[in-house]
Design a protein around this ligand. Structure first.
Ligand code: GLY
Length: 366
């Protein structure tokens, strides 16, 4: 098993390995013993037996384990659901000494993290990510949130988990498209700050899959990158915004499509459009988006061009958190495996984006 420590205000550890849920009795004992525990999960995760496995293990160290199993999907990330969980915790007399567990992907992690951040002004929670995407990004770093009609993640808090247990075997039961969504975030890490990783992904003979032998190492490398960013900028005032590469447009596409466009696909298209923008602004050369598009295609991350107009998308992007008064911070590639933050005024951004979106075509896969 690999361990990565995250030395933030309240330090914690990310444990990464295969079959870790089988060992959760031992690995989570320090956080569970003698406490009430509510596991929040979703139906797909339960269907694959991970909830039962976790409960059976934790029952050996606490006789106060309960669970809530939600339907899958972004719709669960709502204030209404937070209220439901909070009422349940109150009915069960959960105190500040008790603990929540998020067993699932990014939706469950964000929802449980946010609920833990506000119940009794904050209780402990543990992240057990079961998707590649949640493992390498959303389960680490303490960002928690729910969506409202006006935008994704517009209500949230910084609240770090007390531990992250990442069992790589759970990725094997993911639908391929969900695993590929995680690859979009992996490619994002490589693009923003890791040229060797980007080159490695470009050079691979076979695309990565859930059984790839190097997956533990890759998750660890991403968690270390995230750690390095988060310890520099825990509260998202500067450097951490690099992690939003592709997300400004990605979130707008997710939201406009009522979440039919997945996070990974939205981010992939967002990264490609902003990479083309970087060419137009002469930050990078023209061959760059071609290599990048080929990589995204290998993971089936690009589909038909969504039918929204530039104007519609700009409107949604302007309600995003990355905006400040009349300026926006955007993330653009400046080298192969390196991105930079650019502060641009809204008008300039609108012009840049309109030009890029109107001329954007998704060509057939090579
Ligand atoms: N998911 C982006 C961040 O944690 O900052």
């Amino acid at each position: 098993m690999e361990r990565v420590d995250i030395p933030v205000t309240q330090p914690y550890e990310v444990m990464i390995g295969r079959g870790l849920i089988n060992d959760s009795e031992v690995l989570l004992k320090p956080f569970i013993e003698g406490r009430k525990v509510l596991i929040v999960t979703e139906e797909n995760v339960e269907g694959h037996g991970y909830l039962k496995n976790l409960k059976d293990n934790l029952n050996k160290i606490s006789d106060q384990i309960t669970f809530l199993c939600l339907p899958p999907g972004e719709a669960q990330k709502s204030i209404l659901m937070v209220e439901r969980i909070i009422s349940y915790l109150a009915e069960l007399h959960f105190s500040r000494d008790d603990v929540l567990i998020a067993l699932g992907g990014g939706v469950i992690g964000d929802l449980v993290g946010f609920t833990a951040s506000i119940y009794l002004r904050g209780i402990d929670y543990i992240q057990i990510p079961t998707t590649f995407l949640a493992a390498i990004d959303s389960s680490v770093g303490g960002k928690t949130a729910v969506d409202i009609a006006q935008g994704k993640n517009l209500v949230g808090a910084f609240h770090h988990p007390v531990a992250v247990l990442c069992d790589i075997n759970t990725f094997e039961t993911l639908p391929t498209s969900v695993f590929e969504d995680g690859c979009s975030e992996l490619i994002k890490y490589a693009m923003i700050m890791n040229e060797p990783l980007l080159q490695y992904l470009v050079d691979r003979e076979e695309p990565l899959n859930a059984k790839s032998l190097d997956l533990v190492e890759i998750v660890k490398e991403c968690v270390i990158m995230k750690k390095n960013i988060v310890i520099e900028d825990e509260f998202d005032q500067g450097l951490r915004q690099l992690l939003n590469f592709g997300h400004t447009l990605g979130h707008a596409l997710e939201q406009s499509s009522k979440y039919h466009i997945s996070h990974g696909r939205g981010v992939a298209l967002g990264m490609l459009v902003f990479t083309k923008m970087a060419v137009s602004q002469t930050y990078i050369t023209e061959d760059f988006p071609l290599i990048f598009k080929k990589l995204l295609d290998e993971y089936h991350l690009l589909g038909e061009k969504p039918h929204y107009t530039a104007e519609q998308l700009i409107k949604v992007m302007q309600s995003d958190k990355k905006r400040r008064s009349d300026q926006m911070t955007i993330v653009l590639p400046s080298e192969f495996g390196h991105c930079e933050l650019k502060v641009v005024d809204i008008k300039t951004f609108q012009n840049w984006f309109e030009k890029e979106w109107d001329s954007y075509e998704i060509h057939k896969r090579n």
